[in-house]
Write a protein that binds this ligand. Structure first.
Ligand code: PMP
Length: 344
């Protein structure tokens, strides 16, 4: 019989799928790593498992303890899965821009959810960082994984996501593209892919180039943290999980283009994914277009892997709602093309 002992044993090992429609006219091979196939539905299962196991090993998290974390939902689901198996209580703090659907998922897993205002500075007492600090200190046996600064986050990607991509592309990928939130995915995966390819000859692709995708307005692409609507990516401060020496380049994508591509991925590629996935794919396509312009022969040999962090079910009342899209001017009144890009 083939079965797992617990759902959390099934984290990682996600597949690559070639994008074939949204890539029309481009000669590069563009492969999506489908992280919504993790048991909790996102890439964040990987860091949750690693952070909890490391905290148990170091004694920071003890039997009967409570996990307190500021999370936009996905990290919460991963932590909740792992916590259930090990008997911990979970309290999650979410900014109010996070959809009700996502918060309901956390509650369904048995976690408690505290909602804080989005539009306050990180050092404000009501910010989701401050509130989670306070709760972690006040609750007996409280432990805050602190995904923004916990280096076990990037370590989990160095140990799993990076090797999976390298193996599944037979060591042929030339570019890795991913969104940047805490920075853990790009730091860990990107570092592994650069390390493993550091001696690869130029005619076999040379060293892997790592490209971050960032919401326009966020610090990673030179913004001041001005608000954007895409969830889970971009920051208004510099997290310790991010390693600025890893990305070779950061591409800024605005909300309209991110959401337009997110809808196209569902309609044209059969990938019902979240807004940060549309953002990352849009960045990957811009990269591919540029390679095509600069050196068509190199573009034809390029193998670009773009990581899709989560699924689209949590965004049905937002990105996939015409009314919501229209209310922000992302969809024309007549239901036609989206501002900033095409919506087919
Ligand atoms: N997309 C979504 C939907 C996320 O929840 C996250 C995690 N915050 C990311 C992208 C970015 O991943 P990372 O935190 O590893 O940079």
């Amino acid at each position: 019989m083939k079965y797992a002992e617990h759902i959390s044993d099934l984290v990682g090992g996600t597949p690559l799928v070639r994008l074939s429609r949204v890539t029309e006219g481009l000669s590069a091979t563009i492969l999506a790593k489908v992280e919504y196939l993790n048991p909790g539905g996102s890439v964040k299962d990987r860091i949750a498992l690693k952070m909890v196991e490391a905290a148990e090993a170091s004694g920071e998290l003890r039997p009967g303890g409570t996990i307190v974390e500021p999370t936009s939902g996905n990290t919460g689901v991963g932590l909740a899965l792992v916590a259930q198996r090990k008997g911990y209580r979970c309290v999650f703090v979410c900014p109010d821009k996070v959809s009700q659907d996502k918060r309901d998922v956390l509650t369904a897993y048995g976690a408690e959810v505290v909602v804080t205002p989005t539009a306050v500075a990180p050092d404000h007492p009501d910010s989701y960082y401050s509130v989670s600090d306070r709760l972690a200190a006040e609750i007996e046996g409280g432990w805050k994984p602190n995904q923004y600064f916990n280096l076990n986050g990037p370590a989990s990607h160095y140990e799993s996501t990076g090797p999976e991509i390298w193996t599944d592309t037979d060591g042929r990928l030339t570019h890795f593209v991913t969104g940047v939130g805490t920075g853990g995915t790009i730091a860990g995966t990107g570092r592994y892919l650069k390390d493993v390819s550091s001696d690869r000859p130029a005619d076999e692709g040379g060293r892997v180039r790592v490209v971050g995708a960032d919401p326009a307005g966020s610090v990673y692409s030179g913004g001041d943290g001005r608000p954007y609507l895409v969830e889970g990516v971009g920051e208004d401060f510099w997290p310790g999980a991010y390693d600025p020496t890893v990305p070779d380049e950061i591409i800024a994508v605005n909300d309209a283009d991110s959401f337009s591509m997110t809808r196209r991925l569902a309609r044209e590629e059969g990938l019902l994914v979240g807004g940060s996935c549309g953002m990352a794919v849009e960045a990957a396509l811009r990269l591919a277009r540029r390679l095509e312009e600069e050196d068509p022969a190199a573009a034809a040999r390029a193998v670009i892997v773009v990581l899709l962090p989560d699924g689209g079910r949590g965004y049905l009342s937002k990105i996939f709602s015409d009314a919501w899209m229209r209310s922000y001017g992302f969809l024309r009144e007549d239901g036609g093309a989206v501002v900033g890009d095409l919506l087919r």
